[in-house]
Design a protein around this ligand. Structure first.
Ligand SMILES: [Mg+2]
Length: 418
């Protein structure tokens, strides 16, 4: 089996309401690139990458000379063909490599009629549990619904997600408002769901000292972990020395050099593995084995997935023996998906691991066309800008918090061709 072609398609799928975060917002939709890798025997493997548009599509197409003739089963060779660590000093292709690795694993499964989890050592669980992923949100610009700004709105949204999907762990994405406001929000969640566990992630927006103050103020709660309160391994180490909550990261331990540094001088107790950031499912499994060796916790990170990438997270979660936390998924914020059958469904806070050949998902061509056309209509958006605060940008640590008293309903300006 040899690769003969690679085809990227940018799609955009709306979310229920714009999601706010420490650096800006998801402006009412996600933009993703679907990657199809075709072989000489007519099989097509599926991959997915964050972002899109001409630059992402040309980056994927630029790999074609490297990959035509490559056997998808040769995954370690693939890593060095695309992600050689010294060649990568000139062109960081980690996320491209991840999308191609997903497609190659999908092809291996389609060729052998085996699910990806069977190729990765075999599944240890039939479903993977997820936390609710709670964001502060602007209202949907069309319906005016869905705002999350006050503590009551946050708890009501969490209750609705819990009732609908069965989540028993709740992640609050913070770093939007002053930490005092977010601390009250977090404690309101704890009051509302005393038997559930919680995690707080302000995307490193807090100073070390603010992180310590926040962490001390939630030590009595049922915390899974304290995720990236501040920036950097050294900052996290200082927080960890002062706060009795396990620390976690998806930002400062995202490769093996950083993992080694963290093993040698511990700053982070739980490493959130992202199949894109680490360069593929298999790199995440290798990292999980290092963590198993050193008794460092792991969880599965979400970088804003559609069904293809969600499948990679499910196959990863299925084969990790040391997965002791629920994963994160933005998935339930989406209004639709590009896979046959529509959105995968949660059952009791869990999503079943696909058992079909390969990743176990098929492209719904009509949906791909529909959401590729929507991307052509809407274009990209500036993830690291806030549509409700023109001219604003974040510092690290930040001190330019949004005002929770302001009920903004921003227009989501169309920006073509990013
Ligand atoms: Mg995070």
């Amino acid at each position: 089996m040899k690769i003969v072609d690679i085809r990227p398609t940018t799609v955009t799928i709306p979310v229920e309401a714009p999601l706010r975060h420490s650096n800006g917002a998801h402006w009412g939709r996600f933009v993703r690139t679907i990657v199809e890798v075709e072989t000489d025997d007519g099989l097509i493997g599926l991959g997915e990458m964050g972002g899109g548009g001409e630059s992402a599509e040309s980056a994927i197409r630029s790999l074609k000379p490297y990959l035509v003739g490559h056997d998808p089963f040769e995954l370690e060779a693939l890593r060095f063909k695309i992600g050689n660590p010294t060649a990568s000093l000139y062109n960081n292709r980690t996320q491209l490599l991840a999308a191609i690795e997903f497609a190659c694993l999908d092809l291996m499964g389609r060729k052998t009629n085996l699910p990806v989890h069977a190729l990765l050592g075999g599944k240890l669980r039939d479903s993977v549990s997820f936390a609710s992923y709670l964001f502060y949100r602007y209202p949907n610009p069309e319906t005016g619904e869905g705002e999350v700004r006050t503590h009551d709105q946050l708890v009501a949204h969490a209750r609705q997600l819990r009732d609908t999907h069965g989540f028993t762990s709740h992640k609050l994405k913070g770093g939007v408002f002053h930490p005092d406001h977010e601390l009250e929000s977090y404690r309101a969640l704890a009051d509302a769901f005393p038997k559930d566990s919680l995690r707080y992630d302000p995307n490193a927006a807090l100073s070390v000292e603010q992180s310590i103050r926040f962490g001390k103020a939630i030590e009595d709660l049922r915390n899974d972990y304290f995720e990236d309160p501040t920036w950097g391994l050294n900052g996290m180490r200082r927080v960890r020395s002062m706060v009795d909550i396990p620390t976690a990261t998806n930002t400062v331990v995202v490769n093996f050099e950083q993992l080694a540094a963290n093993v040698l001088d511990l700053a982070v107790d739980v490493v959130l593995l992202d199949t894109t950031f680490w360069g593929g499912i298999r790199q995440c499994i290798k990292a999980a084995t290092v963590c198993e060796t050193f008794q460092i916790g792991i969880a599965v990170h979400s970088s804003g997935e559609l069904g293809i990438q969600l499948a990679t997270m499910l196959h990863l979660g299925a084969v990790l023996p040391n997965l002791s936390f629920s994963g994160d998924a933005h998935y339930h914020h989406l209004v639709d998906d590009i896979i046959v059958g529509g959105k995968m469904q949660y059952e009791g806070g869990r999503i079943p691991v696909p058992d079909g050949p390969g990743l176990g998902v098929q492209l719904d061509r009509d949906k791909v066309l529909e959401y590729a056309e929507l991307y052509q209509e809407l274009g990209g958006y500036t993830y690291d800008r806030d549509p409700g605060r023109p001219g604003w940008f974040a510092l690290v640590p930040n001190d330019r918090w949004a005002d929770p008293a302001v009920a903004a309903r921003p227009t989501l300006t169309i920006q073509k061709g990013s």
